[in-house]
Design a protein. Structure first.
Ligand SMILES: Nc1ncnc2c1ncn2[C@@H]1O[C@H](COP(=O)(O)OP(=O)(O)OP(=O)(O)O)[C@@H](O)[C@H]1O
Length: 698
């Protein structure tokens, strides 16, 4: 959450007056209005009420502590440079001393030099005059010269004295000018507050000297030019402009206009600012320069996110202080939900800002993509488990990888394939296309409406959601014959295209999102996309759409340590949003599905138990030996456990029992149209016997 500063939301007195006179008809008592402090210039930040609550104060205190620690670190770094405060004070003292001393010293030196010269001239003239054996005229001339030199020497001496006096006087005046405020402040501080006042006055004096010495000898002032968020500096207007310039998003002379102040979010996890790009620069240019911006801010590329605003030139920039989504996953809402209504948006993930991302599923289809381990099964679990908790949703599930991800859904799924068997998937698609969809279409026709709706669902219980989830389509295609491939492709296309209006939700998941993974024609109509970590920007684009990676939405940038993180693009938001999906552990999945089972049992919508055939029993009896084959005795022992007719009578001999149940098994297989002959197999202790092999059954 960020502290909004929206001056425009401050009360407008003119408007209030108009509204008040409109509401107050003549004769009526005037409407009593709440008075709020009016911000006439609209320039005071609006302080949300929550900041004055206990939690608000606590948050502020925490933020204050974080900021103080950060400022202290920055101050320490500064002290090692020539902009350190000790250096500044030293420079200030030197400069003040030089100012008090002034430039009169040069004039005094010049005057002294004049005196020395005049005295040298006088000595020379006197020496010339004092010589003997000189005609009288010459003697007179030399006397005059000597007297002239003497007068010059006296005059130079007087000028020198005057320069000295003048210099002393000026220095005294400047000294008094410099010392009076210091003495005044010190005196007043000591007089008024005693020792603390004296300390405060000394601090003020030092601050004044620091101010005088703030420029270095080279004339430089201290600036935040190199300040980086990664170094613990705060985001400033100047920093944002510098970084956008160095990232070449804007020109050297351009300026980005800040639409909001640079604010640390309420939870202290990120800096945020809304900005307006200069004319002629599209938002996509800024969105595509995330790596360069991250460099400028001194953070990793995962820490910078930009979202396009309502206008092409508006951007919200967010720089987190740590790599997001590396902490513990958020607790999923299904753990405590009693049931789910799929007609309402289903919470799926949490965005970087901590917003819950909820997805509407009616008329939606989805594609979950990402390299193995990126968390797509965990992400896809969100709609699947939500659907499980809505008793009006029927689940048709197929796992091309033949893994265990879907096994816990088995008791509540209408049809499921967990073996990656294309024939089984074909049976599921045929059932949905031939049985389910026609019934749903008929329901719509009966009500003479165009499509399903929540209101219709309240009237008619035939209005149900149908969830068709296919994990790893490519694996099915690889295992299918060319005819099966064609048929699978045809049915999936038809169901996806026609099912939307009848609440048929097709969800595909794939490790390698290309045209083999999901046929291109189908991929294009899958409206909701979730892109987990990908190997290449191209793979990311295959899920999110062409050009997304270069516009800044590149799932290749997601780190391995960011578990379950992916770009979520829904019909509701035009831009993909980086999110971390809710994660349910295996135990949690089972607990949710147990509740879903009970809900469905109470609602009477559990799928009918599939009939177990004699072939299923035979298969299981062989599988239970773990050898891929079973002796007749082992098969009969298993069958005796599931069917009373195979139990041995008390007085039945080995031979008679074998003959009786052997015939019983043969008759049952014949009735099912299955012919399997007993073959030679090995017993547990390696001897030979007659029995059945699993591969023969398959
Ligand atoms: N949202 C999440 N929060 C925390 N950890 C997660 C999250 N999502 C997935 N993980 C972790 O990542 C692991 C792999 O997840 P998941 O099985 O969903 O990946 P996947 O992409 O489906 O892999 P595969 O393609 O091999 O099936 C999980 O076992 C879990 O430990």
């Amino acid at each position: 959450m960020s502290i909004e500063t929206t001056p425009s939301s401050a009360p407008d007195p003119e408007w209030e007056r108009v509204v008040a006179s409109y509401l107050n008809t003549p004769g009526e008592a005037p409407v009593e209005k709440q008075t709020t402090s009016v911000d006439l210039m609209g320039d005071t930040p609006l302080t949300p009420a929550w900041t004055k609550t206990r939690a608000g104060w606590k948050n502020r205190a925490e933020l204050g502590a974080v900021n103080t620690a950060r400022s202290f670190r920055k101050w320490l770094r500064r002290q090692a440079t020539e902009h350190g405060h000790a250096s500044q004070i030293g420079r200030g003292l030197r400069r003040t001393f030089l100012w008090v001393q002034g430039t009169e010293g040069a004039q005094v030196t010049a005057a002294r030099h004049e005196v020395q010269q005049a005295q040298r001239d006088y000595k020379a003239a006197k020496w010339a005059h004092d010589r003997r054996l000189m005609p009288g005229k010459e003697k007179d001339k030399r006397r005059r010269e000597m007297e002239g030199a003497f007068a010059d020497s006296v005059s130079a001496m007087s000028k020198y004295r005057s320069a000295q006096r003048d210099a002393r006087m000026r220095r005294a005046v400047r000294g008094v000018a410099a010392l009076t405020p210091i003495a005044g402040v010190e005196g007043a501080g000591l007089h008024l507050l005693g020792a603390p006042g004296g300390f405060a006055a000394t601090a003020a004096t030092l601050a004044a000297f620091a101010l005088v010495g703030r420029r270095t000898t080279a004339g430089e002032l201290y600036t935040d030019r190199d300040a980086k968020i990664g170094d613990g500096d705060r985001m400033t207007d100047e920093m944002v402009n510098r970084v956008y310039r160095s990232a070449k998003v804007i020109g050297a002379e351009d300026v980005v206009k800040l639409l909001s102040p640079c604010t640390l979010t309420a939870d202290g996890s990120a800096w945020e600012v809304r900005l307006e790009l200069p004319d002629g620069i599209p938002a996509s240019k800024a969105l595509g320069a995330t790596a360069q911006l991250a460099n400028g801010f001194g953070v990793s590329v995962q820490q910078v996110s930009q979202t396009k605003g309502a206008r092409e030139d508006w951007i919200t920039l967010r720089v987190t202080l740590k790599v997001p989504f590396t902490g513990r996953p958020k607790r999923g809402p299904l753990l405590t939900a009693e049931k789910v209504n799929l007609w309402e948006p289903v919470p799926m993930a949490v965005s970087e800002r901590g917003d819950v991302m909820a997805v509407e599923w009616f008329e939606k289809t989805a594609l979950f993509g990402g390299e193995p381990g990126s968390g797509k099964s965990a992400a896809a679990n969100n709609p699947l488990l939500s659907a499980a908790m809505d008793v009006t949703a029927d689940l048709y599930l197929a796992d091309g990888k033949g893994g265990f991800d879907l096994s816990p859904f088995e008791p509540i799924a209408q049809m499921i394939d967990t073996d990656g068997d294309p024939e089984r998937l074909l049976a599921i698609l045929r059932h949905v296309w031939d049985v389910v969809l026609p019934e749903l279409k008929q329901t719509v026709k009966d009500h003479r409406v165009r499509k399903f709706s929540e209101a219709l669902a309240a009237q008619d219980e035939r209005v149900r959601f149908t969830i068709l989830f296919i994990d790893e389509w490519a694996s099915y295609m690889a295992a299918a014959s060319p005819e099966q491939q064609k048929e699978l492709d045809r049915l999936l296309r038809l169901i996806t295209q026609q099912g939307r209006a009848y609440a048929v939700i097709v969800i595909c998941a794939t490790q390698k999102p290309d045209s083999n993974a999901v046929p291109t024609g189908i991929r294009d109509i899958l409206s909701t996309r979730w892109a987990g970590r990908c190997m290449t920007p191209e793979a990311s684009d295959t899920i999110l759409g062409k050009g997304r990676a270069s516009a800044g939405y590149n799932a290749q940038r997601i780190l391995k340590s960011q578990r379950g993180v992916g770009y979520l693009q829904t019909g509701e938001t035009s831009e993909p949003v980086l999110t971390q999906s809710y994660f349910y552990t295996d135990e949690e999945v089972e607990a949710i599905l147990r509740r879903a089972y009970e809900l469905r049992q109470r609602a009477g919508v559990l799928p009918a138990e599939p009939e177990v055939t004699i072939l299923d029993h035979l298969r299981k009896s062989i599988a239970s030996t773990g050898r891929g084959e079973a002796t007749r005795a082992e098969v009969f022992a298993y069958l005796a456990g599931v069917d009373g007719r195979y139990k041995r009578g008390d007085d039945e001999s080995d031979g008679r029992y074998g003959a009786r149940v052997g015939k019983l098994l043969k008759d049952s297989l014949d009735a099912a149209g299955i012919t399997i002959d007993a073959v030679k197999v090995s017993t547990v202790d390696g001897r030979e016997s007659r029995g059945f092999r699993l591969e023969d059954l398959q």
